[in-house]
Design a protein around this ligand. Sequence first.
Ligand code: AMP
Length: 305
Amino acid sequence: MSLVVVGSVAYDGVETPHGRVDRMLGGASTYISLAASYFTKVNLVGIVGEDFAQEDWDLLAGRGIDLTGLDRAAGKTFYWAGVYSEDMNDRTTLRTDLNVFADFDPELPAAYRSKPYLLLGNIQPALQRRVRRQMDGTRVVAGDTMNLWINETREELLETIRDWHVLLINDSEARLLTGERNLRRAARAIYEMGPQTVIIKRGEYGAALFRGEEVFLAPAYPLEQVSDPTGAGDSFAGGFMGYLAERGIDLESGRADMPELARAVVYGSVMGSFCCEDFGVNRFRTLSRAEIDSRFQEFRGLTAF
Ligand code: AMP
């Protein structure tokens, strides 16, 4: 089973109460791909500049990620910088330099077009749609979005998510998108927009999955120290979708069962928690599948009574 991932590959500058790094590998699709690579074959679609370091390329390739779809263009790699509040629940963006990302016009390698799983990372809805249109016979299409697109390109976004199976979204953005304060009502409003499976991410409070009348709640893993939450939502998405691909789940046929989707949410939470343990993507340099499965088992104990 094979997953296509599209989104930003970036250099990030991040400051949290636990430290500061001016420049390190980041980007939504970097986190998604690294997290998903523990479960399935990943095919990355994105763009980097001439400054993209060989060691960063090697880190992705070393996890078995197919980089045929990662273009290297003249110019600089997308750069993003942010600073977290003392409790790390708020983040202020200090800089967004689109650089080569400004002219990104994703053209999928022929071999990617028939892959069964597609995860559209948080980029302009028009680009997400362009990628979606190039794919055929997809079993699960999932995607992420953010307040910027909800506010600035709402119609475009609604057009884009109409044929997605899964929407992954933050709680505040779910409210912004639907106008509903109550998350259950917000999920129902999102069903009307297209996606029949809705995952609402609630940061340190965990994640909620809504499908029809069913709801599944996963807590966030209680880490002793969150070093850097950047990429946690993307790592969640990578773990969630990676597990669906590993298990061959088919949402196009509508046959998926809730227990499998619930396990995917827990794997997402597991990957989000590992991501937070260290700065940037560092935790993925040493993380093993055995550690992932062990934390997955720990989740059972967190909520069983
Ligand atoms: P998250 O913490 O899950 O929201 O993801 C953070 C990642 O998103 C960082 O690594 C950034 O490089 C990337 N990012 C931030 N802003 C944007 C944007 N406007 N478009 C694409 N990627 C972005």
